[in-house]
Design a protein. Structure first.
Length: 347
């Protein structure tokens, strides 16, 4: 076995095989224009034959570019943050960037500061923060950092460049769908109070009812979990027959709990109570009944978030510093046109 087989091939090994200088190999790798095409082909062939991979640390010293982005996130066990993280990683890879991720229990000033310091030491060129809680965005705004930062999932009114799904629009679509089906009002099970997404969905629900001259009924609140939805569903079941015929739930996981609680109480969906969720998780079409819900385009959030960050890194003026992605209503069997007679319609 030769020495070059005992270690990864170097640029010097490629140069020897191609019969050129070390500098010529470097020019080919840097796509320098002053290289003859015949020489370029010979060097590229040698690179492929030897399986040479360029040393990113050495390249960073020369170019002062690491082509690495940072992501700071929390609550990545939840569908929204997890899907956003995956979309960001995919979009970054498509642009030729690596991603360094820091997952935190809480996005406080102290923990965010430590995370940004850690990413800075790792040489990231910019950071995307998945910050759905209002407190997290406020904490991020207090910090100073040596690289551009973009926030995703934060909603409107943020002073930091941001990309988010239009949560209020999604809630308006869900609520308007139920009103158009003939329901006189729509109840709402909201998410945690500190989450901007929960606040925006509740605001969209409330404004849609008020625009139709309907006084919003009592708002219930959960913590995104099926258990909290189940407990809220038990309470909602007590209002059936007293004006409750439709419920907009702030995420699909809580909607799953609501559906079970209603079913156990002998309340039929959608005959007695129509239910709409939010997120369109992969399982939602297999709920009993399949769930009408609002789909978030996480792929678009990832692409737009990375594109905005790269604009800031490259010093290009972005088309917009606050980008809203439109959601889509997905209608399934948990809702259908409502009439007074349909309350006791056969299954």
């Amino acid at each position: 076995m030769t020495p070059t087989q005992l270690r990864p091939p170097t640029m010097a090994d490629v140069a020897r095989l191609a019969g050129v200088s070390h500098q010529t190999v470097s020019r080919v790798l840097g796509d320098h224009p002053n290289v003859r095409e015949q020489t370029r082909v010979r060097v590229l062939r040698a690179i492929e034959e030897m399986g040479y991979r360029r040393n990113s640390s050495a390249r960073a010293l020369v170019t002062r570019r690491t082509r690495t982005l940072g992501v700071v996130a929390s609550d990545t066990t939840l569908y929204g943050p997890a899907s956003t993280l995956f979309a960001l990683e995919e979009a970054a890879r498509a642009e030729g960037y690596l991603v360094s991720t820091v997952s935190l229990r809480r996005l406080t000033v102290e923990e965010l500061s430590e995370a940004l310091d850690h990413l800075s030491e790792g040489g990231v060129e910019g950071v995307v923060a998945i910050a759905p809680q209002r407190s997290a965005v406020e904490a991020l705004a207090e910090l100073r950092h040596p690289f551009p930062v973009v926030v995703v999932g934060s909603g409107p009114g943020v002073d930091i460049p941001s990309v988010s799904v239009d949560q209020q629009l999604g809630a308006r679509l869900a609520t308007a769908h139920l009103l158009a089906a003939g329901h006189r009002t729509v109840w709402h099970l909201a998410g945690p109070e500190d989450w901007q997404e929960a606040a925006d969905r509740a605001a969209g629900w409330r404004s849609t009812l008020e625009a139709e001259g309907v006084e919003p009924p009592m708002l219930l609140r959960g913590d995104w979990s099926p258990l909290s939805g189940y407990r809220a569903g038990q309470e909602l079941a007590g209002w059936v027959g007293r004006g409750l015929t439709a419920v907009f739930v702030a995420n699909d996981q809580m909607a799953l709990g609501v559906l079970r609680a209603l079913r156990e109480a002998g309340v039929r969906t959608p005959q007695d109570v129509a239910v709409v969720g939010f997120d369109d998780i992969p399982e939602s079409e297999f709920f009993a009944p399949p769930l009408t819900t609002v789909r978030q385009d996480f792929e678009a959030v990832g692409k737009q978030g990375i594109a905005l960050l790269l604009d800031l890194i490259e010093g290009r003026p972005p088309a917009a510093s606050r980008i809203a992605i439109e959601p889509q209503l997905v209608v399934r069997a948990s809702t259908f046109p409502y009439t007074a007679q349909s309350e006791r319609a056969p299954l």
